[in-house]
Design a protein around this ligand. Sequence first.
Ligand code: PEP
Length: 259
Amino acid sequence: MRTPLVIGNWKMHGTLAEARALAGGIREGLKRPRGVQVVVCPPFTALAAVAEVLAGSPIQLGAQTCHHEAAGAHTGEIAPPMLVELGCRWVLLGHSERRKEIGESDAVINLKLRAALVHGLTPVLCVGETTEERRQGLTFTTVEGQLRAGLAGVTAAQVGKLALAYEPVWAIGTGVNAEPSQAGEVHGYLRGLLSELASKEVAQAVRILYGGSVKAENVDGLVAEPEIDGALVGGASLTAAGFTAIVKKAARVGAASRE
Ligand code: PEP
Protein backbone atom coordinates (compact mmCIF):
# COMPACT_ATOMS: atom_id res chain seq x y z
CA MET A 1 0.00 0.00 0.00
CA ARG A 2 1.29 3.43 -0.92
CA THR A 3 1.39 6.06 1.82
CA PRO A 4 -0.14 9.30 0.52
CA LEU A 5 2.44 12.01 -0.14
CA VAL A 6 1.71 15.74 -0.13
CA ILE A 7 4.35 18.20 -1.34
CA GLY A 8 4.16 21.98 -1.09
CA ASN A 9 5.95 23.86 -3.87
CA TRP A 10 6.46 27.42 -2.64
CA LYS A 11 7.95 28.50 -5.99
CA MET A 12 9.53 32.00 -5.90
CA HIS A 13 7.63 33.18 -2.84
CA GLY A 14 8.67 34.29 0.58
CA THR A 15 11.14 36.45 2.47
CA LEU A 16 13.09 34.65 5.16
CA ALA A 17 10.67 35.86 7.79
CA GLU A 18 7.69 34.70 5.72
CA ALA A 19 9.26 31.31 5.05
CA ARG A 20 10.02 30.78 8.73
CA ALA A 21 6.48 31.76 9.69
CA LEU A 22 4.94 29.46 7.05
CA ALA A 23 7.12 26.51 8.05
CA GLY A 24 6.34 27.17 11.72
CA GLY A 25 2.61 27.27 11.00
CA ILE A 26 2.77 24.00 9.08
CA ARG A 27 4.80 22.35 11.84
CA GLU A 28 2.30 23.55 14.42
CA GLY A 29 -0.69 22.40 12.34
CA LEU A 30 0.79 18.97 11.63
CA LYS A 31 2.27 17.89 14.93
CA ARG A 32 1.95 14.17 14.28
CA PRO A 33 0.79 13.63 10.71
CA ARG A 34 -0.40 10.03 10.53
CA GLY A 35 -0.75 7.97 7.39
CA VAL A 36 0.70 10.69 5.17
CA GLN A 37 4.17 11.90 4.24
CA VAL A 38 4.69 15.67 3.99
CA VAL A 39 7.38 17.62 2.14
CA VAL A 40 7.86 21.36 1.62
CA CYS A 41 9.98 22.87 -1.17
CA PRO A 42 10.88 26.49 -0.32
CA PRO A 43 13.06 28.66 -2.57
CA PHE A 44 16.81 27.97 -2.27
CA THR A 45 17.32 31.13 -0.21
CA ALA A 46 15.00 29.85 2.54
CA LEU A 47 16.14 26.22 2.71
CA ALA A 48 18.50 26.66 5.66
CA ALA A 49 16.01 28.70 7.66
CA VAL A 50 13.15 26.29 6.98
CA ALA A 51 15.41 23.33 7.85
CA GLU A 52 15.98 24.92 11.27
CA VAL A 53 12.28 25.46 11.85
CA LEU A 54 11.43 21.89 10.82
CA ALA A 55 14.30 20.19 12.70
CA GLY A 56 12.96 17.24 14.67
CA SER A 57 9.59 17.28 12.91
CA PRO A 58 8.38 14.62 10.47
CA ILE A 59 7.95 17.25 7.74
CA GLN A 60 10.71 16.82 5.17
CA LEU A 61 12.54 19.35 3.04
CA GLY A 62 12.83 19.43 -0.72
CA ALA A 63 14.27 21.71 -3.40
CA GLN A 64 12.57 22.95 -6.54
CA THR A 65 15.36 21.88 -8.92
CA CYS A 66 19.09 21.11 -8.96
CA HIS A 67 22.02 20.98 -11.36
CA HIS A 68 23.25 17.63 -12.62
CA GLU A 69 26.89 18.11 -11.70
CA ALA A 70 28.26 17.83 -8.18
CA ALA A 71 30.33 21.04 -8.51
CA GLY A 72 31.78 23.23 -11.23
CA ALA A 73 31.71 26.47 -13.18
CA HIS A 74 27.92 26.85 -13.46
CA THR A 75 27.06 30.35 -12.34
CA GLY A 76 23.83 30.56 -10.44
CA GLU A 77 23.29 26.82 -10.19
CA ILE A 78 22.91 24.61 -7.11
CA ALA A 79 24.42 21.12 -6.94
CA PRO A 80 22.75 18.08 -5.36
CA PRO A 81 25.34 17.72 -2.55
CA MET A 82 24.69 21.35 -1.54
CA LEU A 83 21.02 20.49 -1.12
CA VAL A 84 21.82 17.36 0.85
CA GLU A 85 24.06 19.41 3.14
CA LEU A 86 21.12 21.73 3.87
CA GLY A 87 18.91 18.80 4.86
CA CYS A 88 17.01 18.31 1.61
CA ARG A 89 15.80 14.79 0.89
CA TRP A 90 13.66 15.56 -2.14
CA VAL A 91 13.96 17.50 -5.37
CA LEU A 92 11.29 18.48 -7.92
CA LEU A 93 12.46 17.93 -11.49
CA GLY A 94 10.86 18.77 -14.81
CA HIS A 95 8.30 21.20 -13.44
CA SER A 96 6.43 22.71 -16.39
CA GLU A 97 7.44 26.24 -15.37
CA ARG A 98 11.10 25.25 -15.74
CA ARG A 99 10.44 23.40 -18.98
CA LYS A 100 8.75 26.51 -20.37
CA GLU A 101 10.60 29.44 -18.79
CA ILE A 102 14.13 28.00 -18.56
CA GLY A 103 13.82 25.71 -21.56
CA GLU A 104 14.72 22.54 -19.65
CA SER A 105 14.69 19.65 -22.08
CA ASP A 106 13.83 16.04 -21.32
CA ALA A 107 17.53 15.22 -21.78
CA VAL A 108 18.62 17.76 -19.16
CA ILE A 109 15.88 16.63 -16.79
CA ASN A 110 17.14 13.06 -17.20
CA LEU A 111 20.70 14.13 -16.29
CA LYS A 112 19.39 15.92 -13.20
CA LEU A 113 17.25 12.97 -12.15
CA ARG A 114 20.14 10.54 -12.39
CA ALA A 115 22.41 12.92 -10.48
CA ALA A 116 19.78 13.39 -7.76
CA LEU A 117 19.56 9.62 -7.30
CA VAL A 118 23.33 9.27 -7.10
CA HIS A 119 23.45 11.86 -4.31
CA GLY A 120 20.60 10.32 -2.34
CA LEU A 121 17.87 12.84 -3.16
CA THR A 122 14.42 11.53 -4.04
CA PRO A 123 13.43 13.02 -7.40
CA VAL A 124 9.82 13.94 -8.11
CA LEU A 125 9.60 13.83 -11.89
CA CYS A 126 6.86 16.15 -13.17
CA VAL A 127 5.08 15.43 -16.44
CA GLY A 128 2.00 16.93 -18.05
CA GLU A 129 0.41 18.12 -21.26
CA THR A 130 -0.44 21.65 -22.38
CA THR A 131 -3.95 22.77 -23.28
CA GLU A 132 -3.11 22.45 -26.96
CA GLU A 133 -1.70 18.95 -26.56
CA ARG A 134 -4.87 17.85 -24.76
CA ARG A 135 -7.03 19.49 -27.43
CA GLN A 136 -5.14 17.55 -30.10
CA GLY A 137 -5.55 14.27 -28.23
CA LEU A 138 -1.84 14.13 -27.41
CA THR A 139 -2.09 13.82 -23.62
CA PHE A 140 -0.88 10.23 -23.40
CA THR A 141 1.78 10.70 -26.09
CA THR A 142 3.16 13.75 -24.26
CA VAL A 143 3.36 12.24 -20.80
CA GLU A 144 4.74 8.99 -22.18
CA GLY A 145 7.52 10.85 -24.03
CA GLN A 146 8.38 12.86 -20.91
CA LEU A 147 8.40 9.76 -18.72
CA ARG A 148 10.47 7.58 -21.06
CA ALA A 149 13.03 10.35 -21.66
CA GLY A 150 13.14 11.36 -18.00
CA LEU A 151 13.84 7.79 -16.91
CA ALA A 152 16.30 6.87 -19.68
CA GLY A 153 19.20 4.88 -18.23
CA VAL A 154 17.53 4.61 -14.82
CA THR A 155 17.51 1.08 -13.35
CA ALA A 156 14.36 -0.64 -12.10
CA ALA A 157 15.64 -0.39 -8.54
CA GLN A 158 16.18 3.37 -8.98
CA VAL A 159 12.67 3.81 -10.41
CA GLY A 160 11.44 2.37 -7.12
CA LYS A 161 13.12 5.27 -5.28
CA LEU A 162 11.43 8.16 -7.04
CA ALA A 163 7.98 9.72 -7.23
CA LEU A 164 6.08 11.08 -10.20
CA ALA A 165 3.76 14.05 -10.45
CA TYR A 166 1.17 14.35 -13.18
CA GLU A 167 0.62 18.08 -13.60
CA PRO A 168 -1.47 19.08 -16.60
CA VAL A 169 -0.06 22.48 -17.57
CA TRP A 170 -3.57 23.86 -18.12
CA ALA A 171 -4.39 23.15 -14.47
CA ILE A 172 -1.33 24.76 -12.86
CA GLY A 173 -2.15 28.03 -11.17
CA THR A 174 -5.38 28.41 -13.13
CA GLY A 175 -7.90 27.43 -10.48
CA VAL A 176 -9.17 24.73 -12.85
CA ASN A 177 -8.16 21.30 -11.61
CA ALA A 178 -8.40 18.13 -13.68
CA GLU A 179 -11.47 16.05 -12.90
CA PRO A 180 -10.49 13.16 -10.60
CA SER A 181 -11.40 10.55 -13.23
CA GLN A 182 -9.54 12.48 -15.93
CA ALA A 183 -6.37 12.57 -13.79
CA GLY A 184 -6.88 8.98 -12.61
CA GLU A 185 -6.87 7.80 -16.22
CA VAL A 186 -3.47 9.42 -16.88
CA HIS A 187 -2.07 8.10 -13.58
CA GLY A 188 -3.14 4.58 -14.55
CA TYR A 189 -1.42 5.01 -17.89
CA LEU A 190 1.78 6.20 -16.21
CA ARG A 191 1.72 3.25 -13.81
CA GLY A 192 1.36 0.89 -16.76
CA LEU A 193 4.44 2.46 -18.33
CA LEU A 194 6.36 2.10 -15.06
CA SER A 195 5.50 -1.62 -15.09
CA GLU A 196 7.02 -1.86 -18.53
CA LEU A 197 10.08 0.28 -17.71
CA ALA A 198 10.79 -1.33 -14.32
CA SER A 199 8.47 -4.10 -13.09
CA LYS A 200 4.91 -4.53 -11.90
CA GLU A 201 6.08 -4.61 -8.25
CA VAL A 202 8.08 -1.41 -8.64
CA ALA A 203 5.22 0.31 -10.46
CA GLN A 204 2.83 -0.59 -7.64
CA ALA A 205 5.16 0.98 -5.09
CA VAL A 206 5.83 4.32 -6.82
CA ARG A 207 3.72 7.27 -5.65
CA ILE A 208 2.13 9.24 -8.49
CA LEU A 209 0.92 12.65 -7.29
CA TYR A 210 -1.56 14.92 -8.98
CA GLY A 211 -0.74 18.62 -9.26
CA GLY A 212 -2.73 21.52 -10.66
CA SER A 213 -4.96 23.83 -8.61
CA VAL A 214 -5.27 21.42 -5.69
CA LYS A 215 -6.93 22.96 -2.66
CA ALA A 216 -8.70 21.75 0.48
CA GLU A 217 -12.01 21.91 -1.36
CA ASN A 218 -11.06 19.50 -4.16
CA VAL A 219 -8.36 17.24 -2.73
CA ASP A 220 -10.79 14.62 -1.38
CA GLY A 221 -12.17 13.72 -4.78
CA LEU A 222 -8.71 13.58 -6.32
CA VAL A 223 -7.04 11.35 -3.72
CA ALA A 224 -10.09 9.09 -3.58
CA GLU A 225 -9.04 7.92 -7.06
CA PRO A 226 -7.14 4.66 -6.54
CA GLU A 227 -4.29 5.72 -8.81
CA ILE A 228 -3.75 9.15 -7.21
CA ASP A 229 -1.34 8.87 -4.29
CA GLY A 230 -1.26 12.45 -3.10
CA ALA A 231 -0.76 15.98 -4.34
CA LEU A 232 1.86 18.46 -5.46
CA VAL A 233 0.47 21.77 -4.29
CA GLY A 234 1.54 25.23 -5.46
CA GLY A 235 -0.61 28.23 -4.55
CA ALA A 236 -2.54 26.53 -1.77
CA SER A 237 0.69 25.55 0.00
CA LEU A 238 1.47 29.20 0.72
CA THR A 239 -0.73 29.38 3.79
CA ALA A 240 -0.30 27.02 6.71
CA ALA A 241 -4.06 26.67 7.10
CA GLY A 242 -4.63 25.80 3.44
CA PHE A 243 -1.74 23.34 3.25
CA THR A 244 -2.41 21.56 6.52
CA ALA A 245 -6.09 21.15 5.57
CA ILE A 246 -5.02 19.48 2.32
CA VAL A 247 -2.59 17.17 4.15
CA LYS A 248 -5.22 16.14 6.71
CA LYS A 249 -7.79 15.40 4.04
CA ALA A 250 -5.30 13.42 1.95
CA ALA A 251 -4.43 11.34 5.04
CA ARG A 252 -8.10 10.71 5.89
CA VAL A 253 -9.19 9.79 2.37
CA GLY A 254 -6.04 7.70 1.86
CA ALA A 255 -6.73 5.74 5.03
CA ALA A 256 -10.40 5.25 4.11
CA SER A 257 -9.56 3.99 0.63
CA ARG A 258 -7.14 1.43 2.14
CA GLU A 259 -9.81 -0.05 4.48
C1 PEP B 1 2.62 23.47 -9.16
O1 PEP B 1 3.18 24.47 -9.55
O2 PEP B 1 3.27 22.42 -9.00
C2 PEP B 1 1.20 23.55 -8.89
C3 PEP B 1 0.53 22.44 -8.86
O3 PEP B 1 0.68 24.80 -8.73
P1 PEP B 1 -0.84 25.17 -8.31
O4 PEP B 1 -1.22 24.24 -7.16
O5 PEP B 1 -0.80 26.58 -7.89
O6 PEP B 1 -1.71 24.91 -9.50
